[in-house]
Each structure stands twice: as C-alpha cells, then as structure tokens.
Design a protein around this ligand. Structure first.
Ligand SMILES: NC(=O)c1ccc[n+]([C@@H]2O[C@H](COP(=O)([O-])OP(=O)(O)OC[C@H]3O[C@@H](n4cnc5c(N)ncnc54)[C@H](OP(=O)(O)O)[C@@H]3O)[C@@H](O)[C@H]2O)c1
Length: 240
C-alpha cells in the first residue's frame, strides 16, 4: 500500500517537531518546514532524513511555493498539519496594526490558504486529514494575549466549516487546543515558569509528545468519525 504523506508547518522546533517525529515513526512520509536552516536540518535528520523546505510563511506567495515544493518531493499531501504560529504577548494598547496584520496572516490566513491548496487533491483521492493547532487561549481567553486569542479562536470556525464542507469527501478536519507547553514560543510571555504552573490545575506542562500522540490518533482510521472537533489538551485549564 502507498505510504501516506504529511506536511507539517513549523516542524523544525517545539510541538511541530514532536509531531514530525511521531508520524515518521508511524511510517508516514513527512515534509518539514521552518525558518531556521540549522534547526530544520537537525530535525530532518531525526526523521529519516526527511525532505524539508526553509520558508518564511508570511512572505508573498509562500503557500503556493511550499505546496509545489512538497508535492514535487513527496507527492500530493494526504495529511496537513497547520502548526506554525506566533504568540504576541502584550497589553492591547502596546500592539499596533502591523502586529495585528502579521499575527492574523500567520495564525489564520496561512492555515486557510494551505487548506485551499491541498483540498482539491484530497477530494480526488476521497481521503484526507487536516489538523489545525489552535490554543487554549482561543477557548478561554488570556490576559495580555487578546490578539493571539482572537487569531486562534478563528480556527474554530475554519475547522467546523471545513469539516461540514468536506464530510462527504472522507476528509476530516479537527482542531487541537494545547495548554502550556514549554517551548521557545512561550518566552514571549512576561511570566515566570512558577507563575504559569500556578495557573494550571494539573500543575504541569503539556509535553509536545502528548500533542503528537493525539495527532497520530486523529489521522488514524479508528478516528475517521471524529471531525469538526475542537479538542482541548490543556491539563485542566478548560473543562468545557
Ligand atoms: N507552546 C505552547 O504553550 C503552545 C500552547 C498552545 C498552542 N501552541 C501553538 O502550537 C504551535 C507551535 O508552537 P510551539 O510552541 O511549538 O512554538 P515553537 O517551538 O516556537 O515552534 C514554532 C515553529 O513554527 C515555525 N515558525 C514560526 N513562525 C514562522 C513563520 N513566520 N514562517 C515559517 N515558520 C514559522 C518555527 O520555525 P523556526 O524555529 O525556524 O523559527 C518553528 O518551527 C503554534 O501554533 C502555537 O500557537 C503553543
């Protein structure tokens, strides 16, 4: 049987890197992306010398370029993981319009565009999996991160709408909302580790491997009935 292919944005580091490693172990052909060439190379080596592409996703035409490159290297995309994101952390009055534009571009528009580009071939094959990585901030809100929270909340609408639109095509679309994961991203927050842990009911970080394990399940045949779901993986930050 032909091996499945996956494109994971932001897979040179943090959560995306853990997802890449897990899916690679599951026998899936992974395609990695990131900005930092060294990190990308190191991560590719950990994933059976996986094909990869160094790209700034917010550059004009980046999505088209990425999909063209990925399809050339590994064939059409069976699984898309929209993971790359930025975490602007500031009181609202310290933000500006350029930051709003950049955040919404990376956290919302790029996932939307990548979905638009991969879905036609998924429909042709009558199989596909899309997983968006949101945030618990998009569910419960977060002080000093209203822009981030707003950007991640938009992924709920994208996920649910696409899930309905694609349900008859055997394509599932889901959203994972992690709580605090100790990656480089959280250095943006002006909070100590102790302050963060105190807010978490389980008093612990979510491990990147926990997100990767959930992704691995959601793309499996056993999970084909799960679509349009917004799943909180957050150590008790939200019980909704
Ligand atoms: N960490 C948390 O507590 C947490 C909680 C909830 C949700 N999330 C979400 O999880 C996702 C991954 O976050 P993380 O914590 O794993 O962050 P991370 O460790 O900083 O990794 C981010 C990844 O995205 C890439 N990336 C960032 N901006 C990019 C851009 N403009 N163009 C191309 N690639 C870009 C980075 O590439 P380079 O390394 O080359 O820059 C890196 O591979 C994000 O969507 C984030 O919002 C994280």
């Amino acid at each position: 049987m032909k091996k499945l292919t996956v494109l994971i944005t932001g897979s040179s580091n943090g959560i995306g890197a853990a997802i890449a490693q897990k899916l690679c172990e599951s026998g899936i052909i992974v395609f990695l992306t990131g900005r930092d060439a060294d990190r990308l190379y190191q991560q590719a080596q950990k994933c059976n010398s996986a094909k990869n592409f160094q790209i700034e996703l917010t550059d004009q035409g980046a999505c088209e370029e990425l999909i063209q490159k990925a399809e050339k290297e590994i064939g059409s995309i069976d699984i898309l993981i929209n993971n790359a994101g930025s975490y602007p952390w500031a009181p609202i009055e310290k933000t500006n319009n350029a930051l709003i534009t950049q955040t919404l571009l990376l956290n919302q528009q790029i996932p939307y565009e990548l979905c638009r580009l991969v879905i036609p071939k998924m429909k042709e094959k009558r199989w596909g999996r899309i997983i968006n990585i949101g945030s618990i901030s998009g569910i419960v809100g977060e002080p000093n991160a209203s822009l981030y929270s707003m950007s991640k909340a938009g992924l709920i609408g994208l996920t649910k709408s696409l899930a309905l639109e694609l349900a008859e095509h055997n394509i599932t679309v889901n959203l994972i909302n992690p709580g605090w994961v100790k990656t480089d991203l959280i250095k943006e927050a002006d909070l100590t580790e102790k302050e963060i842990i105190e807010t978490i009911p389980q008093k612990r970080w979510i491990e990147p491997s926990e997100v990767a394990a959930l992704v691995n399940y959601l793309i499996s045949q056993e999970a084909c009935g799960i679509t349009g779901q917004s799943i909180n993986l957050c150590a008790g930050l939200s019980l909704g």
